[in-house]
Design a binder for this molecule. Structure first.
Ligand SMILES: [Zn+2]
Length: 470
């Protein structure tokens, strides 16, 4: 069955056909590192991490680029109010961002593109837009003339008339039309600036993305992701810039937008006092539980974050972890040979896999996919109780791991398991030494031989004995 993706541009689910065979170029709007990463960001980046993981599991070669908006109005405002250098703010918040992404098992971005590394490409695009009559320079500020682009509004469905002079948009006297947006902003005192044909200044926000994606992907590419709030004007502006410049349509084949993160039924805002920085949430909730909370909903649905909802998520996730651990135990120490519980567990694994893939193929419906994992987990519990064989348990662990790899779950338990294994091997090596010292060769040889059977050899070192994996 084909993978289908909901395309915001056409407002329907479409079969996924990448432009270049199995290669998928994917871009997601990154952060402006001027403040703490918030829960809305976390939801977005977990979503697209899952998208990249699923596409890769299906054999696509995903090249995932995310930008870092390291020069922008909000960053400059923060610089001016705090008296700190903008680069210092960027440094601080990008480090926090990376740490937070790590805690959420977000690992799939191939390249972080920093906007200020693309100033020459940005300038080239603006020059091209001016040459083609889509942009104009007013005393060092350059604007995009939205009336010259016939596709303006097609992504967000905004009614063009609403954006004409006299409508509710605030009028900036330098602009020809209220909807026109800045491509280049003239330097104001104290602001970072670069040389350009229009004088010293800095890029507008929207042009950064098209300069970056055209550098890496060319004039058209497969997937552009981001939060719904960015659809207008940001993504609309990207389309206007790229399509006017290259004449090629569509600029992006599949536009994907994630649903909003609400807090207690309201939009999250600093002014409402319901703002959650991810660093603070991580003090209370485990990163993987947070991730579970996000992927346990369809990415296009809004989700309501609350302490109660997180406690609920935590309980649900623990049920999955318990089944995972029971099954892992059976995979190590279950019975040899066959068991009457085998056939039903194999069947449950097969059903779970089919349901999981079907759900993910349907516009990455991770909510349905997780429902399949829960059904599988209860079958696992039954099979383990009934004494499933080692071999069949091992097969089911591999199926659970494949789900975990796509959803970005069960990662911690696997690492914890590995860390515990290391400590246990240390302990066994030590126990064997103790046995040898008291000349209990039966026990010391048994430990050595049994370890050898599982591929662990013991060797003498200056400070005692150390173990080594084959
Ligand atoms: Zn963007």
């Amino acid at each position: 069955m084909a993978l289908r993706i909901h395309n915001t541009l056409t407002r329907q689910k479409e079969d996924f056909t990448p432009m270049h065979g199995r290669r998928v170029n994917m871009f997601v709007c990154g952060i402006t590192p001027y403040d703490h990463v918030h829960m809305g960001h976390a939801k977005t980046y977990v979503t697209f991490d899952m998208v990249a993981r699923y596409l890769r599991s299906r054999g696509y070669h995903v090249f995932y680029v995310q930008n870092v908006t390291d020069v922008e109005d909000r960053l400059i405002a923060r610089m001016l109010e705090s008296g700190r250098d903008w680069r210092e703010l960027v440094g601080e918040f990008i480090v926090e961002y990376m740490a937070v992404m790590d805690a959420l098992n977000v690992t799939t971005v191939n390249h972080f593109a920093w906007a200020t590394d693309y100033i020459p490409e940005i300038i080239e695009q603006i020059k091209g837009l001016i040459t083609k009559g889509h942009a104009y320079d007013v005393d060092g500020d350059v604007y995009y003339d939205t009336t010259t682009f016939d596709g303006w509004g097609k992504l967000s469905g905004m009614v063009v008339e609403e954006l004409r002079p006299g409508a509710r948009v605030e009028v900036d006297k330098k602009k020809h039309h209220p909807a026109d947006f800045a491509l280049w902003k003239k330097q104001k005192s104290g602001e970072p600036a670069w040389d350009s044909p229009w004088g010293k200044g800095r890029p507008g926000w929207h042009i950064e993305d098209t300069a970056i994606t055209m550098s890496h992907f060319g004039p058209q590419y497969d997937i552009h992701g981001g939060a719904t709030e960015l659809m207008f004007p940001h993504h609309e502006a990207e389309i206007a810039q790229a399509e006017a410049l290259t004449g090629l349509r569509p600029f992006v084949r599949y536009w994907m937008h994630g649903g909003m993160l609400m807090v207690g039924g309201e939009e999250m805002h600093k002014s409402l006092g319901n703002f959650w920085a991810v660093v603070d949430a991580l003090k209370t909730f485990d990163g993987e539980v947070l991730r579970f909370f996000f992927v346990n909903a369809h990415y296009r649905s809004p989700i309501d974050f609350s302490v109660a909802a997180m406690e609920e998520a935590s309980k649900s996730y623990k049920r999955l972890l318990d089944s995972y651990q029971m099954l892992s135990h059976a995979a190590r120490s279950g019975r040899e040979g066959q068991s009457t519980a085998d056939a039903s567990l194999d069947k449950a694994a097969e059903t779970a896999k089919a349901r999981f893939d079907e759900a993910m193929d349907d516009d990455f419906n991770s909510r349905e996919a997780i429902a399949a994992v829960f059904t599988f987990a209860s079958e696992i519990n039954k099979a383990v109780e009934a004494g499933v064989s080692k071999e069949v348990a091992q097969r089911s662990v591999r199926v659970l791991d494949s789900f975990g790899n796509i959803l970005g779950l069960f990662q911690k338990i696997r690492h914890q398991g590995l860390a515990a294994t290391d400590s246990l091997l240390d302990l066994l090596a030590q126990m064997r030494e103790e046995a040898r010292k008291r000349k209990d060769f039966a026990v010391s040889d048994m430990i050595r031989d049994r370890l050898k059977e599982i591929g662990v050899t013991l060797e003498d070192a200056k400070d005692g004995v150390r173990w080594k994996l084959k």
